[in-house]
Design a protein around this ligand. Structure first.
Ligand code: ATP
Length: 224
């Protein structure tokens, strides 16, 4: 299921705390993956001391309408090209293989089966997503199974206190609030929508998207 760095399972790890392995999960449509995604994943890895970050392109994102969605195969290849120089990054096709709507709860359950006990998962998400996650399928179960690693997004000024008070009303298990961790990071102002629009207009996306991804987009004539 991991297409890049297939040594994931056999890899000798250097866990941080005792024997606990810390894995970041970064899901998205990645249509295409861009440097904003890569920067966040790297910042999360460093500040949360993650052993690795797995990028998981979604089949059909349940929470958003996407225009110009290219095939899962293309998005997977672009993600693979983007991460190839970072030994801490992998790409997984588990959501694409499962097909249908990509529910995070199903993804995390699958990952829990694949990885041994003692692995801690950190679901990396922007402050925009944390505000709506209570609408996600089985969101409370999801929060029991993993940690949420939340980073700021411009325009979404949410802090833990605000979130806590909102969640206290909703959460059955109040102790779950501790599973939500905020980390500070700079944010690179770019979106896949902007990248697609620029390509359509024939404008440069250099430095917004990794070179390997640009090469793949050109070769496959995507987003024209
Ligand atoms: P689109 O423009 O097509 O909506 P996107 O750029 O938001 O796409 P996604 O693949 O939907 O990209 O993003 C995956 C995750 O990355 C989402 O949680 C999204 O909020 C976040 N994200 C997107 N762009 C950035 C960025 N520049 N910096 C930090 N996080 C980002």
């Amino acid at each position: 299921m991991i297409i890049q760095k297939s040594k994931v399972k056999s890899q000798k790890l250097k866990p941080n705390a005792g024997n606990i392995r810390r894995i970041g999960i970064f899901g998205g449509t990645f249509n295409p993956i861009h440097n904003g995604h890569l920067l966040i994943a790297e910042e999360a890895r460093v500040s949360l001391k993650l052993d690795k970050v797995i990028f998981i392109p979604s089949a059909n994102p349940p929470h958003k309408e996407v225009s110009d969605l290219v095939s899962g195969r293309h998005r997977l290849k672009m993600a693979g090209a983007a991460i190839k120089n970072n030994p801490f990054f992998s790409v997984s096709d588990i959501e694409l293989k499962r097909g249908g709507r990509s529910y995070s709860i199903e993804t995390i359950k699958t990952l829990k089966e694949i990885y041994r006990k003692g692995t801690k998962f950190f679901f990396i998400m922007g402050a925009d997503s944390i505000l709506e996650f209570m609408t996600w399928k089985n969101w409370e179960d999801l929060l029991k199974l993993c940690n949420f690693a939340v980073y700021p997004r411009p325009g979404y000024k949410i802090n833990l206190d605000v979130l806590k008070s909102r969640m206290k009303k909703k959460l059955l298990a109040k102790s779950l609030v501790k599973n939500i961790i905020f980390f500070q990071t700079r944010v690179f102002d770019v979106s896949s929508t902007e990248v697609r629009e620029k390509i359509k207009k024939g404008e440069s996306v250099k430095y917004l998207v990794p070179e390997g991804v640009i090469g793949y987009i050109n070769k496959s004539k995507l987003y024209k």
